[in-house]
Design a protein around this ligand. Structure first.
Ligand code: MG
Length: 249
């Protein structure tokens, strides 16, 4: 038994014998090394870091669009092709049938391989968290545009910290951690925040969201429900999506 192990066992015995005595209390109310704290729930990771872990809700795995609501009569009129779905211009944005607040979202996307336009009209789509706060999707490969409208931006507010773009046509990923805004009696108590990894690269680090995201506007928050659907934008370009899953936090 190593010296460290002996110290550890002695510490555990002392803790068990004397309760929480002698162990400092933390600001969160627990004592240091408190054995009464709930154990973290066991979650089985996916086979890769991009595949859904055991406690995720799969929103799209290529087999159907059952978790989504489309334009007319709720019917999703985007193209479903094998493992991905593709924006069909003129057929509306789509939203999740379920509603989400704080969440971890994994989503993979690809902008068209064929480059036909520039700036905001090249591979533009987006993920509207709560249907209001857009994380921009756009072809950012050799495509200068206003920075707060490029991929990885909180649209119209804060650009990505770096440009982690892959070439048009290649699959890319966002891993998003979103904290919803908090309202009390119609007043804002705490703004939303978002952390984003783009192709594994940190591009938003607990970034404050200033309010709903809109083109050429900076509207203030308006109180809304704790949970709302996630919306994928139809900006008129055939952007593709695959492997979408979410964990409620
Ligand atoms: Mg967009």
């Amino acid at each position: 038994m190593t010296r460290l192990m002996i110290i550890g066992v002695c510490g555990l015995l002392a803790f068990g014998a004397s309760g929480k005595n002698g162990f400092p209390k933390l600001p969160n109310g627990w004592h240091v090394h408190d054995m009464d704290r709930p154990q973290p729930t066991r979650v089985t990771p996916g086979k890769t870091d991009s595949s859904a872990p055991s406690d995720a809700l799969v929103l799209f795995d290529g087999s159907n669009v059952d978790e989504w609501w489309g334009g007319k009569d709720g019917k999703v009129e985007w193209k479903l092709a094998g493992a991905f779905m593709e924006v069909v211009p003129g057929k509306g944005s789509i939203s999740t049938r379920r509603k989400f607040g704080d969440c971890q979202l994994h989503i993979e996307w690809a902008v068209p391989a064929e480059v036909v336009e520039a700036a905001q009209r090249r591979g533009n789509s987006g993920i509207f968290l709560m249907g209001k706060y857009e994380i921009q999707i756009q072809d950012a490969w050799d495509n200068p545009a206003y920075p707060d409208g490029m991929a990885g931006a909180v649209y119209g507010q804060n650009p990505a910290m770096v440009n982690a773009a892959k070439k048009p046509g290649e699959w890319q990923s966002f891993d998003i951690v979103f904290t919803a805004p908090v309202f009390k009696d119609a007043a804002l108590v705490a703004p939303a925040h978002v952390t984003i990894f783009w192709n594994g690269v940190l591009v938003q680090n607990h970034t404050e969201i200033y309010g709903p995201t809109e083109h050429n506007k900076a509207p203030p928050y308006e109180a809304h429900a704790d949970k709302l659907p996630i919306v994928l934008q139809n900006h008129g370009q055939p952007v593709r999506f695959r492997n979408i899953w979410v964990r409620e936090l």
